[in-house]
Design a protein around this ligand. Sequence first.
Ligand code: ANZ
Ligand code: ZN
Length: 854
Amino acid sequence: MEYPFIEIEKKWQKIWDDKKIFAAQDQSDKEKKYILSMFPYPSGDLHMGHISNYSIGDALARFYLQSGYNVLQPMGYDSFGMPAENFAIQHNSHPKITTEENIAKMKKQLTAMGFGFDWSREVSTCRPDYYKWGQWLFKRMYEKGLIYKKKSFVNWCPSCATVLANEQVEDGKCWRCESVVVKKELEQWFAKITDYAEELLDTSDLVDWPEKVKLMQKNWIGRSTGVTINFLFEDQKLPVFTTRPDTIFGVTFMAIAPEHPLTQKFLQEEGENSKLYQFCQKVMSQDNSQRTAEDKDKEGIFTGRYCVNPVSGEKVEIWVTNYVLMNYGTGAVMAVPAHDTRDFLFAKKYNIGIKVVVQNDDKNLDAQTMSEAFTDDGTMINSAQFDGLGNQDCLEKIADWIASENFGEKSVNYKLRDWGLSRQRYWGNPIPVVYCQKCGTQLVPDEQLPVLLPDDIQIGKTKQNPLLSATKWLKTTCPKCGGEARRETDTMDTFVDSSWYFARYCDAHNQDAPFDKEKAGYWLPVDQYIGGIEHAVLHLLYARFFHKFMRDIGLTNCNEPFSRLLTQGMVCMQTFRCPKDGYIFPQDAIVEGKTATCALCGSPVTIGNIEKMSKSKKNVVNPNDYLQRFGADTLRTFVLFASPPEKDVDWNDKAVGGAFRFLNRIYKIFVKNKDFLTKEYSCDGEISTQYEELRYSSHYAVKKAVGYIREKLQFNTAIAAVMEHLNNLYSAKSPATSAEKAIYKEAHTIIPKIIYPFAPHLCEEIWQMIGGANLLHESGLPTYDEKYLVKNDITLVIQVMGKIRAQLETSKNAPKEEIIAKAKEIDNVQKFLAGKTIVKEIVVPNKLINFVIK
Ligand code: ANZ
Ligand code: ZN
């Protein structure tokens, strides 16, 4: 018989909902806990990644509810964005309609999983009551000089027909569709995240973030300290950024980017038929990662022009090269082939001079014969007054000297670029700006917010932004002169929407502000944030930036939005590949031992790796199927039991069945002992050893489970502890005395209390079955007593051939072999055993040992 999970789960979901047990109180005497899982993009179907993410979040939220906290666990939808627009185009519908449909579908599934969200705070980023405040924040940023518009070369994905942020380009490809990204010069809106670079580097308030994520952010921000040195071209300054001022006397050429203003000037002088022009065109069509890759050919062209090294007074050739990027430093590099690998390769290729200025202390370098750049430390040579010093010492010395001589100044550079947040797509938050012929760029006044996204548009007809053809919407009036004006048609990157949603949850229906300061002050920061590692540098960096900005305009008062972060592992599964059919679904692979055949064509199939579930590899399972077969509690218990939350989960049907059987066994023993469990028992009477063991088992399970959840978020260990305890419970004999009955009952009641965060429906059901007062979260965490975790000592009688010879004090749980060995060592026992052979030991547990000898 299977336990009736369908009825049980429906029943308790309704009770929780009716009693509003997940409604968080904005004011409370209890301590607060804000548990947040990253909100989903509403695709319409929950996938296993969501199930795992939200099972972790809900287990924690329920655990803290049980522990007596005022818990906030909200949910919403990241509902603007290109996928929604594309989905609507495919389904010949409108994103507004399809998005709301998908949200309804997903909410149903989230509810069916029994996740305890405070739905009264639901936010959906595509609804005007939310995006109004995104526009409002955009304006505040603009007023603070943190938003600006500039013409620049941007990453353009031809297939998505939009601009991408640097963070959204991976290996030169679009993070979403993997098309090769090209450069396009466009007027773009930017947010000055670089103003916060220094603060974002400080991770001291990120109490419990994975080191890996902190490091990824640090590398992404990429702080370099060095010197900006002003080379001279005619009477203009040509600044370069270098981290190696100690090599200033070794400069043999100047390398500048094709996009550099000086290059642009040369191009104007030489015209479109020049070699320089052709070279620049070619390089500019390559993406940055291609241009800088170590293994890519260094290419360049001599401009025929020279500049002057301000320090040495030497004349150096100016080259335009592919490996210098415009968007780092100053877009110009003082090239030192002797000590920089890229410069060395370039100089060798184009026969440019090499000058050693840092001598290798182990083996003298010769500029003529050296086969690679010397990038280690050594002694300064050919460097005027610095000769003979260690080059490390000279980093600081030369920097100081350069500054004092006015050749340049010390400077700091970041890899981090300002965040380009214009998107040329329809389904996003309109940028609250209008353009007036007379007054130029004007912000839409606060009273007119939100700028509503028009509904009556034609999408999917052309690749251009549909807003460009929304003629009625486009035409507006200038807030300053009242004359005719045109609306901005760019919409905001959806990462803007997700950069502050965690704060909106604190006060989701506020009509006068993004959220109330006091409410946000109470709830923020998020105590535990849970989501995928893929957001390590995108969302998590943007959100930290926004949060700090909101703090600076007085909306929040803490420094960081998320004090703890858990990046959950991925749900993985075996892949199968058929030579004819490509990847095939696991159910189409007939596995026998270590080989498999394709059920579709009979070919031998390659059993692949266990990999992240993905549609393209066909190794996906649909949570709905499992929900119907086993119920939500099994699904939740399985994903949490399979591995610690930050590790990958290997999906495996057998193990899911195992989780189901475990829950069934719990249910069965409660049904069987229901009548017994509703009565009360006193502590009178004897307690047998077996019952002492059972009591130990209960208290041990509680200690272990609660400890592991609270300190390490290791739900798997907690579940394993209960599995072990359940076995002990099943093997206990019927209780004889009242005291034993009390122990037997306790051994049952701790189970729903421990398992509640994982399988809440089943636990409420059995709790109610045995007359538990209240709902489980109100009944508190299970408790244990250290006293019962100390194993009692016992006294054994030691006999030799049936005659008492000694007594032995020992722990009753000590292994048999150990006890026998100790007994043999007792003097009065040894005496009788000496010179004899032990035939056997007769052991009466906890009572005696009798040695039979010959
Ligand atoms: C001279 C030099 C000599 C350099 C030497 C290195 C070694 P990080 O550490 O990443 O900040 N550089 C500066 N701007 C650049 C740009 N726009 N594109 C490509 N390369 C650029 O790197 C700083 C170093 O990268 C700078 O120090 C500069 O080369 C180069 F033996 O200057 B160095
Ligand atoms: Zn105007």
